[in-house]
Design a protein around this ligand. Structure first.
Ligand code: E4P
Length: 210
């Protein structure tokens, strides 16, 4: 899930369908809580990877924050922006076995450099690419092909997902993970024919009892 709202995460975790969670500074701000409050709660609910983002923009600051975040729980993954200082930080954190998710990735070149620096995950933002008239899903498909060709172990998290269509397309393209906002996750679950079909089954059964 792509949210820092603990109630929403709990709702879907109870269905057994949440593998991991990604957050970012905007999502944490929207939750009305601090990162120090919200990340431990999410990590208690979800045993899979939970991404928490650094605020610093220099390598030293990012590494310092990452080490603190990694102490919160074993499943914390540190989100690092795809900038030069960020990739230096990824190299250091990778040597310390701290897992990273390189975020704000908008090109194949950025994805390749992040993978080479030692990122555990890389997050192409497909919705934001579509917003500027580029092809977000196409980038994911290119990354899958190139990572396979060169045997790169970095996992691809399709991010900035805006619709069910995006989820379907990135799954078909072979993304390892899709991080999905709550609204889209809800839309994935619901189908009008399921609701209609269930109502008719119950109606027919009740009528047969009269
Ligand atoms: C994921 O890691 C990002 O936090 C998120 O997907 C960004 O999505 P947005 O473009 O809808 O803000």
């Amino acid at each position: 899930m792509d949210t820092a709202n603990v109630d929403e995460i709990r709702e879907f975790a109870d269905m057994g369908i949440v593998y991991g969670v990604t957050t970012n500074p905007t999502l944490v701000a929207k939750s009305g809580r601090t990162q120090a409050e919200v990340i431990p709660d999410i990590c208690r609910l979800i045993p899979g990877p939970v991404s928490a983002e650094v605020i610093s923009t220099d390598c030293e600051g990012m590494v310092r924050e990452a080490r603190e975040l990694a102490k919160i729980a074993d499943n914390v993954v540190v989100k690092i922006p795809c900038i030069a200082e960020g990739l230096k930080a990824v190299k250091i954190l990778s040597s310390e076995h701290i897992r990273t998710n390189v975020t704000l990735v908008f090109s194949l070149g950025q994805a390749l450099l992040a993978a080479r620096a030692g990122a555990t995950y890389v997050s192409p933002f497909i919705g934001r690419l579509d917003d500027i008239g580029e092809d977000g899903v196409g980038l994911v498909a290119d990354m899958v092909q190139v990572f396979r060709t060169y045997g790169l172990k970095t996992q691809i998290i399709a991010a900035s997902i805006r619709s069910v269509g995006h989820v379907n397309a990135v799954m078909k393209a072979g993304a390892d993970i899709a991080t999905i906002p709550t609204k889209v996750l809800r839309a994935l679950l619901v189908h009008q024919l399921t609701d209609k079909g269930l109502a008719k089954f119950l109606e027919d059964y009740r009528a047969s009892l009269k």
